[in-house]
Design a protein around this ligand. Structure first.
Ligand code: RIB
Length: 337
């Protein structure tokens, strides 16, 4: 059995409450007492048991994570990063899939509240304002995942998707493409809107470049394949020479449809760039150029932000973390011959 707070108190000749203050609010304890307690902690090899502390606080030892699409490897990477970080504090992660559906999202918010989870990490469907208001009203620590926000009721962690969209289109333009198309949707998804906006910004900087918007009903391989098939049917004079897919699943679908039947070749006839840099991207029949998101780091950072809020010490403030995307160049966008 490991050393307890009581052992440390006896060793240091102080009360258990003083030891707790040294652990949680050292600024409230005299420096000499802090030094005495820390010496006792060192000598005894005391390890703070966060799980027990949280159990006493009446919160469960689980975190609720609601993702947009559990079949998208991006979100399983996010979940994995969250899970590994949560385990460091003795917590587990309950995973819910909203499937980009607001009713399912609301059902998971209610379920996690009933489970009295330690907190909720949510990648919201649309603006999700009613669900987020409910979480805030119920006093459940909540972190927005993959959603930049200035709403100071919640901490958030995201990637600058406008910058990511700009990188993707700029890369296609730099390899000589001029008739681009953005493939993805629905535009209500913040990720789609931001990536499209970034691409439009890059195209606007090149006089003879154009960007067509090809909307989809979702960000899946099937949706990408449907668009690829329609592009394959187009007249040769109406073909884009560069496609920017809103995520790698759509890009994989495009790649499959375009390279089938030998109609068009990637990248010779049409270049493709995806988004997320999921593992499949590298292993694709034509390795996919993609915009990498630090998916695992997004997950672990979200838990960091949640733990700070759940254990809010006096000087706690919420944070809005924004990571930068990275262009990973592979064969699917090799320069035009
Ligand atoms: O689910 C929508 C997309 O947004 C994912 O593919 C990932 O890119 C996320 O940021």
């Amino acid at each position: 059995m490991g050393m307890s707070v009581r052992d440390v108190a006896t060793r240091a000749g102080v009360s258990v409450g003083t030891v707790s203050n040294v652990l949680n609010r050292p600024d409230k304890v005299s420096p000499s007492t802090v030094a005495k307690v820390r010496a006792a902690i060192e000598e005894l090899g005391f390890v703070r048991n966060d799980a027990a502390r949280q159990l006493r606080a009446g919160r469960s030892l689980s975190i609720g994570l609601i993702v947009l699409d559990v079949s998208n490897p991006f979100f399983t990477d996010v979940a994995r990063g969250a899970e590994d970080r949560a385990a460091e504090d003795g917590l587990t992660v309950l995973l819910g899939n909203s499937d980009e559906n607001e009713d399912r999202e609301a059902a998971y918010v209610d379920l996690f509240e009933k489970q009295r989870v330690h907190g909720v990490l949510i990648s919201p469907v649309g603006d999700a304002s009613s669900r987020l208001d409910a979480l805030h009203r119920r006093g459940i620590p909540t972190v927005l995942v993959d959603r930049p926000t200035t709403d100071d009721r919640f901490s958030s962690v995201a990637v600058d998707d406008v910058a990511g969209g700009y990188l993707a289109a700029q890369h296609l333009l730099e390899t000589g493409r001029r008739t681009l198309a953005f493939v993805g949707g629905p535009q209500e998804l913040r990720q789609v809107a931001d990536r499209l906006a970034g691409a439009q910004k890059a195209v606007a900087e090149i006089a003879d470049a154009s960007l067509e918007y090809i909307a989809t009903d979702g960000l899946t391989v099937l949706q990408g394949r449907k668009v690829g098939e329609s592009i394959r049917e187009r007249d040769a004079t109406d073909l884009p020479d560069g496609l920017f897919a809103a995520n790698d699943l759509v890009a994989m679908g495009l790649l499959q449809a375009l390279s089938m039947l030998g109609a068009l070749s990637v990248p010779e006839d049409i270049a493709i760039v995806g988004y997320d840099d999921i593992d499949f991207a590298t292993a694709a029949v034509v390795p996919l150029t993609s915009i990498r998101q630090p998916s695992s780091l997004i997950g672990s950072t979200a838990v960091d932000l949640l733990m700070k809020e759940a254990d809010a010490s006096a000087d706690f403030t919420r944070e809005h973390v924004v990571f930068q995307p990275e262009l990973i160049v592979r064969e699917s966008s090799a320069p035009k011959a």
